[in-house]
Design a protein around this ligand. Structure first.
Ligand code: ADP
Length: 261
């Protein structure tokens, strides 16, 4: 897919960043962060000359620190910008680096917006070819504000094949269309579980829901990811599957790497 940036008048690019890809979902827990992390790693693996960043604006439930095995306070640059933390060659920034891991984020709307503003504007990314942004789930203030403040090359929407997740994914896709962000396509996650013992395949959340939704919305299915223990373990141990098992069936099956470029 050839990705084009479309600017709205209020939008200002993030300094040094060429393309922004947001990863969004209607519902929480469908694998949005897992997709964002592995997409960033896949983009880096696909072309080592490209500089990739990962920005976690899921301020209520930041997952990137754990998934990317990163912790700590970002240093400040001379111009008082936060320096991203680096792992697996990916520059990362997350609210999780700025607040205690177990501290609940109990913020009013304005505080959330100012935190998002900081994450968008006060990070020294250097030069990036792609910045992958892990959005919060849903279609609220944060999603709107990100979409209206920076030019976004495209949105990837993640859903399980379950009706309730699809309904919310549909709303997500409509929201991006309203704010003129091109939707690159849908990723269907947790579509099938294969019993490691008897090899029987079960469609725990349904089989082809995201494919049907993609047809309805005239969108591509960018990848289809099975529900697999290795994916969960890889995320939980901070060694994302694209990094730790690059040749595995689970990674091959996603097709993510090929479809974005
Ligand atoms: P979201 O960002 O949508 O809230 P996450 O990416 O945090 O979702 O995923 C929720 C949980 O499900 C995590 O523990 C993650 O490791 C796990 N998970 C996500 N996708 C898969 C998958 N395909 N197979 C197994 N576990 C998965």
């Amino acid at each position: 897919t050839q990705i084009m940036s479309r600017g709205l008048p209020k939008q200002k690019p993030i300094e040094g960043v060429k393309q922004v890809i947001v990863v969004a979902s209607g519902k929480g827990g469908v694998g949005k962060s897992t997709t964002a992390v592995n997409l960033a790693l896949a983009l880096a693996a696909n072309d080592s000359s490209k500089a990739i960043g990962l920005l976690d604006v899921d301020v209520y439930g930041p997952s990137i620190p754990k998934m990317m095995n990163l912790k700590g306070n970002p240093e400040l640059s001379q111009s008082n910008l936060m320096r991203p933390l680096l792992n697996y060659g990916i520059a990362c920034m997350s609210m999780g680096f700025l607040v205690e891991e177990t501290a609940p984020v109990v913020w009013r709307g304005l505080m959330v917006m100012s935190a998002v503003e900081k994450l968008l504007r006060q990070v020294d990314w250097g030069q990036l070819d792609y910045l992958v942004v892990d959005m919060p789930p849903g279609t609220g203030d944060v999603q709107l504000s990100v979409s209206q403040n920076i030019p976004i090359s495209g949105a990837v929407i993640v859903s399980t094949p379950q009706d309730i997740a699809l309904m919310d994914a549909h709303k997500g896709a409509e929201m991006f269309r309203k704010v003129h962000v091109p939707v690159l396509g849908l990723v269907q996650n947790m579509s099938v579980f294969q019993c490691p013992k008897c090899k029987h395949k079960t469609h725990i959340f349904g089989a082809d829901g995201a494919r049907r939704l993609a047809r309805t919305l005239d969108l591509d299915v960018l990848g289809d990811i099975p529900l697999h223990l290795d994916i969960r373990e890889a995320s939980d141990t901070g060694q994302p599957i694209v990094f730790s098992q690059p040749g595995s069936d689970e990674v091959e099956e996603t097709g993510l790497e090929d479809s974005i470029n």
